[in-house]
Design a protein around this ligand. Sequence first.
Ligand code: F0G
Length: 355
Amino acid sequence: MYTGILNQYQDLYGFAEDYPVVSLHEGNTPLIPALRLANCLGVEGLKVYLKYEGLNPTGSFKDRGMTYAVSQAKFDGAETVVCASTGNTSAACAAYATRARLKSLVIIPEGKIALGKLSQALMYGASIIEIAGNFDQALNIVRMLGERDKRLAVVNSINPYRILGQQSGAWEICDALGKAPDQFFIPVGNAGNITAYWAGFKKYHDLGKISQLPVMMGYQAEGAAPIVRGHAVEHPETVATAIRIGNPASWQGATDARDQSGGHIDLVTDADILGAYSCLARHEGVFCEPASAASVAGLMKACAEGRVKPHSTVVCILTGNGLKDPDNAVLVGTKEVARVSLPADESAICEYLGV
Ligand code: F0G
């Protein structure tokens, strides 16, 4: 039976037999071929795969890091796990804390958390502090709390166990393909995930499990693109609230991944993001949240710029489930499909349909 990434990759993680693994059987997410998308990108022989992280237990990739960070907090005897979040980290933190019988405290920007994520934190029983500020301010507060009180374990991606856990995504991709992809496309917010994937690919390369490393392609939202612009953004803004971040904690990790792999970190507009978001749902049957679609928006841009070679294999990571953000889904979807209100009357329906 599959029992989560820590047990699956225990030989690589190397923790002891009696380690208190806290798991919801995260990971083992599908790598879905995107044939229609590949065909419309104008690059000959291109193979595109979507790593659908929205199928994790709390609906995002954060579960991979949270299983390890919360297990370690339990091991270290912490009472409470705490995080700043744009939503997904808070959902995962609250769920795994409950699983570990620890308390959770989440600090989030008021009014900027997608509805699904907020409902998760509430249902899993976190204590929630909403601040009239953004993610970057929330993270500074959390860092301060962690330093002040050792009973609080910070489970943001500044916690190295988060990064270790998230490496498992790279390993699964290589295990599924039998090699690393030529290029790897990923949204960049606080930049923990691009850092983790690069570390994961390098680890597999060092172990001789893959012979070539992928080129890392990271994408920020235009209004929240500090790495692309080369300076922190004080008031980040984007429809993709998950990556509404102006001063990423793992900035260096992201630029290292880019530079060591010969990759590229660029921005995509909110319109690009929503276009890719809608395209994935309507043409591939894969529903992700807006921030996740930044990877595919990035692939579209990179293809148009000639950055993607013919006959190459690329993977786009879809970091979170579309159900996380029902408000944006209804807004975008309503513009694109036929949706009418009619009386509960057979002839009215027949007349409308012309049958
Ligand atoms: N995609 C989604 C759906 C996310 O929730 C996040 C980050 C990212 C991409 C970016 O990943 O930060 O590792 O570069 N969400 C964090 C949160 C910040 O609080 O849930 P990153």
